[in-house]
Design a protein around this ligand. Structure first.
Ligand SMILES: NC(=O)c1ccc[n+]([C@@H]2O[C@H](COP(=O)([O-])OP(=O)(O)OC[C@H]3O[C@@H](n4cnc5c(N)ncnc54)[C@H](OP(=O)(O)O)[C@@H]3O)[C@@H](O)[C@H]2O)c1
Length: 302
């Protein structure tokens, strides 16, 4: 297959590109950074800029599957400017991709789109287990962003291509992501829970996520799927498991909520929100997780 990937230079995209190439696929990718444009035998970069609505339409040539991951990082201070960038990059990026594909009309052969979404669409709850049937409401910044993003992604369906939206949980990777900053204090025996540590964290191993993206593309999954492991854990359990996997002690008292809020500001909701998200639909779809349990998942990444 020839796959067009947006956000291919990011945490998830870079691993996806490697896995797709190893599986024999050809890659086209869209980047906003001209310095990241390259051309090798099986990969070719194309420029786009959602802010100026520029897109190189030849990116769609021969493409069977689009994987849309692009969006400004949410792990940056939520100033008014950054919040606008987080929302606009997703809305304008998706609009540009949809309109670009529409402009190619009969000339393209795209059959399926796998589009990133996030479990941030679900409000924080200590009691609810969220399935894909949940009817979202924009009661917080994150919910607002993800709803607006998914609404634009739905426009792909009007172009007569299949659409699968993956609501991604916390992605565990070797470098960066959520594990990167947590590994440092844990290494020194200073790993500590955030707040009371009872908030549920729905996570997924990067290998499972990229395999799920490719499977959703190959098998043409339709609709919304939660991209999380079947075993979410309380945040305290997460830190405890990380310490165990790193063979370090875990004895630190939890870090008080107010302190984290002081340092991280509004984006501290990212560590305090409790999201128990169900993987039942992906399991029923036949997807087999290589890393369903947290300990083995972390161990494989150390
Ligand atoms: N990592 C997670 O734990 C997680 C969890 C839930 C959902 N997600 C979602 O999954 C997607 C991929 O995640 P990731 O962790 O790989 O993200 P990432 O490392 O931040 O990479 C995102 C990519 O988006 C592109 N981008 C950044 N700002 C942009 C802008 N203003 N306009 C257009 N493109 C822009 C960049 O590509 P170029 O610089 O090459 O243009 C970048 O490589 C994201 O949309 C993210 O929200 C991630």
């Amino acid at each position: 297959m020839k796959i067009l990937i947006t956000g291919a230079t990011g945490l998830v995209g870079s691993v996806l590109v490697k896995k797709a190439l190893d599986s024999g696929h050809n890659i086209h990718y869209l980047t906003t950074r001209k310095g990241k444009l390259t051309e090798f035998s099986h990969t070719k970069g194309f420029y786009w800029n959602p802010k100026t609505k520029e897109i190189d339409l030849s990116c769609f040539e021969g493409v069977d599957l689009i994987v849309h991951l692009a969006g400004a990082s949410i792990s940056q201070r939520w100033s008014a400017k950054n919040k606008k960038e987080i929302l606009d990059s997703r809305v304008a990026g998706t609009q540009l991709l949809v309109s670009g594909l529409a402009r190619c009309k009969e000339k393209h052969q795209v059959k399926q789109v796998v589009a990133a979404s996030a479990i941030g669409i679900y409000p924080s709850s200590f009691t609810t287990c969220y399935t894909e049937d949940y009817k979202p409401q924009a009661n917080s910044f994150l919910e607002e962003v993800v709803m607006a993003w998914e609404k634009e992604e739905d426009e792909f369906s009007s172009l007569d291509v299949g659409l699968c939206k993956l609501r991604i949980g916390l992605v565990l990777t070797k470098t960066g992501g959520v594990l990167g900053p947590l590994k440092i204090p844990t290494q020194f025996g200073l790993g500590a829970a955030f707040g009371n540590g009872q908030q549920t964290q729905a996570w997924i191993h990067i290998d499972d996520l990229v395999q799920m993206i490719l499977t959703a593309g190959e098998e043409k999954w339709q609709g919304v799927y939660n991209a999380v492991s079947p075993n979410p854990v309380a945040q305290k359990e997460f830190i405890k498991t990380l310490a165990k996997a790193m063979r370090r002690p875990y004895f630190m008292p939890p870090l008080p909520k107010f302190l984290i809020r002081l340092v991280a500001g509004e984006m501290s909701v990212l560590v305090f929100n409790s999201q128990n998200v169900s993987a039942e639909k992906t399991v029923k779809q036949g997807f087999v997780y290589a890393y369903p349990k947290l300990f083995e998942a972390i161990k494989s990444l150390l």
